[in-house]
Design a protein around this ligand. Structure first.
Ligand SMILES: COC(=O)c1ccnc(N)c1
Length: 246
């Protein structure tokens, strides 16, 4: 998968050289290019923002540098990427979004700053590439960079070969299938007793059927407690009698 990231803070993406994603890059699974938006400015101050039409606080990112950046990265008439624009006003980014994006060959990320990017940039981009404005939740960041790091990690870990144990993706919270709309339950490792707290006996029993049952119960309990709106979405047909007692 090829990723192009456009930002005025390229240094934000140093973390992409460490851990899983660094390994994926070195293994050739991820080809990440970070671009400084200011390379597409032409004035002495390398200006990327200006005051908002209609008044109001803050500054808006100018369209010209973005238009030139997208033309340089994805020349019109050439291969077409999917443009991802993190913004508080976007559609919710979920595990399903990550799964969908993991199927793409080429993603371009636009990191907005200030009050956002001039709306004509997305409007014009939509005439020649798919554009997804996505939100990580109901909160505001100073810029899209942190959101792009989160999205790149959520998508990158789904790529074949990136995670050591591919099975762990299937058990993710929200993973399509059995875990859809379910939060993962508690996890334990050695020692068997720590500060007087023992690991639940069932996990030491070797009874894999009972362990799977216990884990599902724990996932259901946590989902009901922490995300009742997700629990309400669970298809009753997939809940057996024991589930309903949770
Ligand atoms: C500037 O971007 C944001 O503030 C942002 C991006 C994605 N999700 C959010 N909740 C905020």
């Amino acid at each position: 998968m090829k990723l192009d990231i456009v930002t005025i803070f390229p240094e934000y993406f140093a973390p992409l050289d460490v851990s899983l994603l660094g390994k994926a890059r070195r293994a050739g699974l991820l080809d990440v290019r970070v671009h400084d938006l200011r390379q597409w400015t032409h004035d002495r101050h390398r200006t990327v923002d200006d005051t908002p039409y209609g008044g109001g606080p803050g500054m808006v990112m100018k369209p010209e540098p973005w238009g030139e950046a997208l033309d340089a990265i994805a020349p019109p008439g050439g291969p077409v990427p999917r443009l991802i624009v993190p913004t508080p006003s976007g559609r919710p980014f979920t595990q399903a979004t990550a799964v969908e994006l993991a199927e793409e060959d080429w993603l371009v990320f636009a990191c907005g700053r200030y009050e956002g990017i001039d709306a004509r940039v997305v409007d014009e981009a939509r005439t020649r590439m798919p554009v997804d404005e996505v939100s990580l939740g109901d909160f505001v960041l100073a810029g899209g960079e942190v959101a792009v790091l989160a999205i790149v990690e959520a998508v990158g870990r789904l790529l074949p070969g990136v995670l050591g144990n591919a099975d762990s993706v299937a058990d993710d919270s929200f993973a399509p299938g059995a875990m859809e709309s379910l939060l993962e339950g508690p996890v334990y490792t050695k020692p068997p007793v720590w500060r007087g707290r023992a690991v639940p006996e069932i996990l030491l029993s070797g009874n894999h059927g009972a362990i799977a049952r216990w884990r599902r119960d724990q996932a259901l309990r946590r989902t009901v407690r922490n995300r009742p709106e997700l629990a309400a979405r669970l298809d009753p047909a997939t809940l057996d009698a024991q589930d309903r007692r949770v």
